[in-house]
Every structure is written in C-alpha cells, then in structure tokens.
Design a protein around this ligand. Structure first.
Ligand code: DDH
Length: 374
C-alpha cells in the first residue's frame, strides 16, 4: 500500500525504532536491523483498568439492545430503550426503526481510525494491534463441528470467557471501544469488534478487508469453553488441531500467522515478552522475512520458553517457530517472505473468512471501507 497513510506509518515506525529523523524512502524490511527499544516503564499497563467490566447485554444498566431484524437484507435494526433515549438525542437517531447504511458503518470506521493513536503512551503508540487481537480472539473460538463460538455473540464480554488465559489483556481493547459503542449504540458489540479489527489492520497499512454487518450479541450461555484458542508453547500438531477445528488449512494457518508483524507480547498478559518485528504498528510481511533470515535462540530468562534474535530485540513464540520447522508450513512462509502482495491478498481473504465464521448473515454484499487519513 503505497498510500500517504502507509508512508506516514512507516516514518513513525522508523522514528520509534531508531529515534532519529525518519527518511521517507525506507523500506519496511530495511527496519529489520534497527533496534526498537523496549518501552519499559511507559507501557500500557495503566490501561488495563481495574474498573468494572463493560455492562453485559441484558444487564440492568444497558440502554439499548439491538436485534438484527428478520427483514430481508438483514439491514434493519430495532432499538429498545429503557427510558434513557434522551441521552442519545445527540447521536442522531430516534427510538423508531433505524436501518443503518454503509455510510453509518463508515462513520464508525472513521471514529475508530481517528482514535487509534490518540494516546502515544499506549504500547508502541497505537491501539491497532490489540484491536486486531480482540477481533481474532472473538472469532477464533469457532468450532466447525458444533457450529458454536465465532465472532457472533461477542461473548468475551462475559466471565468466564473474558478470564480465559488466552484473552488476558484484551480488556484494553474492549475498553477502548466502549466510548464508540456509546456514541453508536445501534451497532452490536460483535459487529463493532470485527469492524475495529478491519479498521485497525487497514489503517496500519494492511490490505483492504471486505466486511459486512449482521452479527448479533449473545448472552452468557453462549460463552465458549476455555482452550479453543492456540497455546503458544505448542507446535505444528496443535496448530493444525486448533485451526483445523475452525476450518482452516495449512496455507491459511501460515497466512493468518503473519499478523504477528504487529504488536508485542506483554509479561503481564501472556507472560511472553517483546515484539516480533521492529515495526509493530505497521503491517508488512516482515514476520516471514525475519522468521527465515534471523538466527533464533532460546531466550535465557525466568519466563516461558520463547525465542529471541541475536540483537535480543525481537521474539518468536514456539508456535511461530513451528511454521519453519514444518516442511508444509515453511513453503508458505517462503512464499510470503518473498512476495508481500501475495500475502496481502491471501491475508485479506483468510481474515475476512475468520471474522465471518459461524455468522448467519442476511446481507450477501460485502463492503470495503476506505483508509482514513487520520
Ligand atoms: Fe497472536 N499472540 N497468536 N495472532 N497476536 C499474541 C499477540 C498478538 C498466538 C499467541 C499470541 C494469531 C495467532 C497466534 C495477534 C494477532 C494474531 C500474544 C501476546 C500471544 C502469546 C499477547 C500479549 O502478551 O499481549 C498464537 C499461539 C497464535 C497461533 O498459534 C497461531 C493470529 C491468527 C492473529 C491474527 O490477528 C489473525 C496480534 C495483533 C497480537 C499483538 C497484540 C498486542 O497487544 O500487541
């Protein structure tokens, strides 16, 4: 994506990586050898507030419930009020039937995009990576056999799912989206979380991802059992079992894993530590490049077993390394390392599929949203 937005992101990533004035012509992979300092002491810890969890659908304080209507096209929504509609008078809708259009969802996309970097002290300066992880963890619980789990329902709002080990730290993403949900109460949490994932990925320089609305929020009874998301300490057999249960093949597993170009591990969330790449707020195929090109050693520390590169500034999980240990997986790692466009295309297809697992859409048409110059 040679957009201005991508160029801007690249410059910021370079600035963060080197603390020198960025040169606009730097290629993402050229950042590979720059060292990004661990942001000790100014991480996002303060953001996982100890406030009460967002109120659950059906709970006493909920102002609106939103029900996807059975109407053809699935675009009609009805708003139910508990008498506080006046609070939302400024939000531009009335208690009547409200049928959101693509433009209404585009407004939400824009709002998320504008706020992604509102707090430069949060992690590497963007909520983008943690929003992508929220959308993935909401969707990756799907079980193709029982047709349970998936993004429909947004059941991570409830305990026990919010407390599942794999979801540690995602409160930061859910809390980030609360003011947006308050401003646009007609969107379901499950549509909002996946739209936020799409928005974050695109805004960080990734490919366009088709998306459509139609997810309904579930209740606590739809929470999925613990253990449906991957365990980072495991290897290829586990990856095939977990992603196979969602309905993904080897190529799709490898394509999805490239999302680890983004973000970082946090010792107080997963226990692991550090970013995968030197440009953690920018979507590139750098994850595959360094997986192949760098020399990875076990990190000597008291934490869980993970790999680090020679400069000790980047990390890999055991599940990441499985992608080059396994011959079938490695073929795709090599392909995506060589060809970012091929990865962008495959990633767009597979993430769109992931975000739609198990959703009974009424709307056939998928929409794409333009990258916003935020
Ligand atoms: Fe991941 N991921 N992920 N991941 N993931 C973590 C962070 C992020 C695994 C484990 C971890 C995907 C696949 C896997 C993102 C996106 C995606 C962390 C660190 C662990 C651990 C959490 C923390 O400490 O904050 C494992 C295991 C797998 C696997 O087996 C394949 C996929 C498929 C995606 C995706 O989006 C499609 C992102 C983004 C992050 C960075 C989050 C952040 O806050 O930064």
């Amino acid at each position: 994506m040679a957009s201005n937005n991508a160029a801007r992101l690249l410059m910021r990533a370079a600035a963060r990586a080197s603390h020198v004035t960025p040169k606009p012509a730097v290629r993402p992979s050229a950042l590979t050898h720059a060292r990004i300092p661990r942001q000790q002491g100014r991480s996002g810890r303060r953001f996982y507030s100890s406030e009460a969890a967002p109120k659950a659908a059906g709970s006493k304080g909920l102002v609106f419930g939103v029900l996807a209507a059975a109407a053809a096209g699935g675009g009609a929504y009805y708003l139910y009020s508990t008498g506080q509609l006046g609070d939302f008078a400024g939000a531009g809708f009335s208690p009547k039937e409200f049928i959101p259009t693509k433009e209404d969802y585009a407004k939400i996309y824009e709002e998320i995009a504008k706020r992604l970097e509102e707090n430069e002290d949060y992690d590497d300066g963007s909520y983008g990576p943690v929003l992508v992880r929220l959308a993935w963890h909401a969707s990756g619980t799907y079980d193709v056999e029982t047709k349970t789990g998936g993004s429909n329902g947004a059941t991570m709002r409830f305990q026990p799912e919010s407390d599942h080990g794999a979801n540690a730290g995602l409160k930061a993403a859910r809390d980030f989206l609360e003011p947006i949900k308050a401003k646009f109460p007609w969107i379901t949490y499950s549509d909002l979380w996946t739209l936020a994932g799409v928005c974050a990925f695109q805004q960080m320089g990734g490919p366009v991802i088709p998306w459509r609305p139609g997810r309904a929020d579930g209740d606590i009874s739809a929470c999925t059992p613990d253990g449906r998301l991957p365990d980072a300490s495991k290897e290829q057999k586990h990856l095939r079992a977990i992603f196979g249960r969602m309905g993904f093949n080897d190529q799709e597993i490898v394509a999805l894993s490239g999302a680890h170009a983004l973000g970082r591990c946090h010792t107080d969330r997963s226990g692991y530590d550090g970013p995968w790449t030197h440009s953690p707020t920018m979507v590139t195929n750098n994850f595959y490049e360094i997986l192949l090109d760098e020399k990875w050693n076990w990190k000597k520390w008291g934490g869980p077993a993970q790999y680090e590169d020679k400069s000790k500034s980047r990390m890999m999980l055991p599940t990441d390394m499985a992608l080059v240990k396994d011959r079938e997986f490695k073929k795709y790692v090599e392909k995506y390392a060589k060809d970012q466009e091929a990865w962008f295309k495959d990633f767009s297809d597979v993430i769109a599929k992931l975000f739609e697992l198990g959703v009974p859409f009424k709307q056939e048409e998928k929409w794409t949203f333009k990258v916003v110059d935020a």
